[in-house]
Design a protein around this ligand. Structure first.
Ligand code: KIV
Ligand code: ZN
Length: 548
């Protein structure tokens, strides 16, 4: 296909939402997801109607490859989103991405190579001339598998625009239909980023043959502002993640971008050549699915959402102060710029009760984005009945907490059979635990600690014997009320990797024990598997190893 006949891959009269929760989001320390969790999130992203799902980095490991392939099969339908695989600018990476996305009706390969002088000198150890040669060569190679190829010059935010222009021009000439401009280290300011996009629009001669995309990190808290400035200057695809998760301080948050363009559409409309008063949505997102998606991602990754987080934080629509409440009662618009219902947050929170049956339980879970296999469903249903016996009202939040315990399990190398603690005033907190290995062997130990949870963790460590450092322990109640379940999230570090664990129970000692065990099971599974997935950006492309 000659580059002059290449058409942009998608309409540019609206903003395309490229979700990278499953790729960049999953690069967040401790956020790693198993195959079922990735599938559940991908299905929910399809319900949210994102345009493109970056499903992973297939070359990273056989597990990553399989996840992208399964998502391509299950979610990459004709009406569904485009499924994208990330690849460094090397043939081996690109081939893996091509094979993994092959089952999708619409598949995209996203290939990248660094373009800033600092990355060239210290990471790639290549000259600008070499990068200028590799990029189009690899885009053309990707193009031999699919028409839909995206090219990113990594660290574009700190790259010399005079080098970016010919690089992008060469990538487009070789067949890239999207050129993505990453602010990899979250360094730029909105005015600078907007100027960079404008410069690309004005100086890359064939830019009309590609969509300009942006990707950015939130190190200075500017990612969303940078993207909106990019939209004003010609960007038509935004790469973002649910809840803004991602490397370091995260990526631009999908929900913030979408709702900014929804609430302020009369401001943004003219930048897309529309009359200010146009009611046509600027994105294809079904905003009603935002809250549910946020909860699902938070639950499955174990990355909690801060209460004051814009759009999806628990305080985002809470009006505590007397003055606000008075104004709200007279007219909601005094203090509220959007309705909670727009993001799918309803006040109707009581969903199931003690007498609810398995079908009602399963269908509510499906609505919340969880699809459980029969065995998981049975286990979750038993837990639900148990909670319903102890709690009068079982809300969606309770259901999420219950089901999360069933889905967010690594292989249960150690299963909790028994935990017992004794603590109190003037007592030595003591714990006894009994764990069962996969081979059915029961292991018991006991320990004294500074408190009951410390005692439990010490006892578990004596059994599991995997060195780790507890770096985060948080407990919060799932809902209001004295009978609420306690939700425990923990993060442990082993060497330079972080593993999270999560559990909920009406007994917080049990929740704390199970959360720790979940993290240790993930950690032990990784140690047993012996394989560590490649990080796409930290390891320079193995171009030499590939048959270029
Ligand atoms: O931040 C970044 O530059 C990336 C690229 C791989 C697009 O994630
Ligand atoms: Zn990134």
């Amino acid at each position: 296909m000659s580059s002059s006949t290449v058409q942009p891959a998608a309409p540019t009269d609206r903003i395309l939402i490229f979700d990278t929760t499953l790729r960049d989001g999953e690069q967040s320390p401790g956020a790693s997801l198993n195959l079922d969790e990735k599938l559940a999130i991908a299905k929910q992203l399809a319900r949210l109607r994102v345009d493109i799902i970056e499903a992973g980095f297939p070359f990273a490991s056989p597990g990553d490859f399989e996840a992208v392939q399964r998502i391509a099969e299950a979610v990459g339908t004709v009406e569904g989103p485009t499924i994208c695989g990330l690849a460094r600018a090397s043939k081996a990476d690109i081939k893996a991405a091509a094979d993994a996305i092959a089952p999708a009706a619409k598949g995209r390969i996203h290939t990248f190579i660094a373009s800033s002088d600092i990355h060239l000198e210290y990471k790639l150890k290549k000259t600008r001339a070499e990068v200028l040669e590799i990029a189009p060569e690899m885009v053309a190679y990707a193009k031999s598998f699919t028409d839909d190829v995206e090219f990113s010059p990594e660290d574009a935010g700190r790259s010399d625009p005079e080098f970016l222009y010919p690089l992008l021009e060469a990538a487009i000439a070789a067949g890239a239909t999207t050129v993505n401009i990453p602010d990899t280290v979250g360094f730029t300011t909105p005015a600078e980023f907007g100027k960079l996009i404008r410069g690309i629009k004005e100086n890359v001669s064939n830019i009309d043959q590609a969509i300009i995309s942006v990707h950015g990190h939130n190190d200075l808290g500017l990612a969303v502002a940078n993207f909106l400035s990019a939209v004003e200057n010609g960007a038509r695809q935004l790469e973002c993640t649910i809840n803004g998760i991602g490397e370091r301080a995260g990526n631009a948050a999908l929900e913030e971008l979408v709702m900014a363009m929804y609430v302020r559409r009369s401001y943004y409309n003219p930048f897309l050549g529309r009359p200010a008063e146009s009611e046509a949505p600027l994105t294809n997102i079904n905003t009603q699915e935002i809250y549910k998606t946020s909860r699902l991602v938070s639950n499955l990754t174990g990355m909690s959402v801060q209460p004051n987080k814009a759009i999806v934080g628990s305080n985002a629509f809470a009006h505590e102060s007397g003055i606000h409440q008075d104004g709200m009662l007279k007219n909601k618009r005094t203090y509220e710029i959007m309705d909670a219902e727009t993001i799918g947050l309803t006040t109707n929170r009581i969903t199931l009760g003690k007498l609810s049956g398995r079908n009602a339980f399963r269908s509510r879970l499906t609505e919340l984005g969880y699809e459980l296999g029969d065995e998981e469903l049975n286990k979750a249903f038993v837990r639900f009945k148990d909670v319903a016996d102890k709690k009068r009202d079982v809300t969606d939040r309770d259901l999420e907490a219950i089901v999360q315990d069933e889905t967010r399990q690594a292989e249960e190398l150690y299963k909790l059979l028994h935990v017992q603690v004794s603590s109190g005033t003037n007592a030595k907190p003591t714990a006894t635990v009994v764990l069962q290995t996969v081979d059915g062997v029961e292991l018991m130990d006991a320990a004294i600690g500074t408190g009951p949870v410390d005692a439990v963790y010490r006892a578990i460590n004596r059994v599991v014997k995997v060195p780790n450092e507890l770096i985060e322990f948080s407990v919060k109640s799932v809902t209001e009320g004295i009978d609420a379940m306690g939700e425990v999230t923990i993060r442990v570090r082993h060497e330079d990797r972080i593993f999270s664990g999560h559990s909920a129970n009406t007994d917080i000692i049990v929740a704390s024990t199970q959360a720790y065990l979940n993290a240790l099971n993930r950690l032990s599974t990784m140690i047993q598997g012996g394989q560590r997935p490649l990080h796409p950006q930290r390891e320079a492309a193995a171009r030499e190893a590939a048959s270029v």
